[in-house]
Write a protein that binds this ligand. Structure first.
Ligand SMILES: [Zn+2]
Length: 314
């Protein structure tokens, strides 16, 4: 008999009634499409839990059900409580949720999220790119700003879902510009295009502690997504350990044992020193962003691939 050792792991971010939201331009999955995708999943796959996946790992003879699928949700959005949780709960499906601890505890909007909402509010990526370069020149006259065309050529890439200008903008604001400059630029654009009240926006955008507690009590799985949603592979081993430990302190509030937990890497970033820290801390599963089906016979359990929701029909 063939052994069933494959699992499709799907990742979701925003799941909301986009058309009727304040930011219809946000790149997310509509509630309607999510609901249809759940119908599709239940017709063709067998949803599994993290516990089932772990069991199969720990006993090599233990099969997964045919067409096993695990649903994961990144970044701790309140969407996940309001929209996702009721649908999963009603269908008896476990979701795995990975909230960035700092955003929830300190009511700070992640820079990556600020960039999403700036892009959604601005709409015209070219004009926004001009504005970014103008702000950079203003706050840091010594910094050698290149031309818009050059940045689009260098950073625009060949991305699957976004236009090249949008990709270049994201890369500039997420990584390319020196940290102090990009943080200041994002801060200024967020106040200009979205809101000056970051705390209120964070409370609306992310899960609350009570919501997470409620979801845990109903069998949803919560894992680490770091503390500050950093590119963990770009940090020193010491800084990696701090990120991991602070995210574990956060998870312990919800009864997650500190020697049996999971992680989802922000931006899919990990490296050998991080994996070593995770092994020592008792991390059981790690989720990345490589888009393919996971194979328990071949994959490392700390570097599991995940498909994007857009890779599945809905
Ligand atoms: Zn994330």
């Amino acid at each position: 008999m063939l052994t069933q050792r494959k699992a499709t792991i799907v990742m979701y971010h925003y799941v909301r009634d986009l058309v009727h939201s304040r930011y219809p331009g946000i790149k997310g999955l509509s509630l309607e499409r999510f609901s249809r995708q759940l119908d599709y999943i239940q017709a063709r796959y067998t949803p599994i839990t993290v516990e089932t996946l772990l069991e199969a790992w720990q006993s090599p003879g233990h099969n997964l059900p045919p067409n096993a699928i695990l649903l994961t949700f990144d970044d701790g959005y309140s969407d996940h409580f309001t929209n996702v949780f009721p649908l999963l709960d009603a269908r008896g499906i476990q979701g795995c949720f990975f909230p960035p601890a700092q955003a929830i505890l300190e009511h700070k909007v992640l820079d990556v999220n600020k960039i999403h909402f700036i892009l959604a509010a601005a709409r015209d990526a070219e004009k926004l790119l001009d504005r970014v370069l103008m702000i950079v020149r203003g706050i840091s006259p010594d910094f050698q700003v290149q031309s818009k065309t050059l940045y689009v050529e260098k950073l625009g890439g060949d991305h699957r879902y976004d236009r090249r200008e949008v990709v270049a903008l994201k890369r500039l604001l997420q990584r390319e510009l020196p940290e102090s400059i990009r943080r200041a630029v994002v801060q200024e654009l967020f106040a200009e295009y979205v809101t000056a009240d970051e705390t209120a926006f964070a409370c609306e955008l992310y899960l609350s502690l009570d919501q997470i507690g409620c979801m845990c009590r109903h069998g949803m799985h919560f894992g680490s997504h770091g503390y500050a949603h950093a590119w963990l592979n770009h940090l020193s081993p010491e800084a990696q350990a701090v990120e991991v430990d602070r995210s574990l302190d956060f998870l312990q509030r919800f009864g997650v044992p500190d020697d049996d937990w999971t992680i989802c890497y922000p931006y899919g970033g990990f490296n050998d020193s991080l994996l070593e820290i995770l092994r020592r801390r008792g991390c059981r599963l790690g989720f990345g962003v490589e888009a393919r089906v996971a194979d328990l016979s071949l994959d490392n359990r700390l570097t599991l691939p995940r498909m994007d929701t857009n890779d599945l029909p809905s």
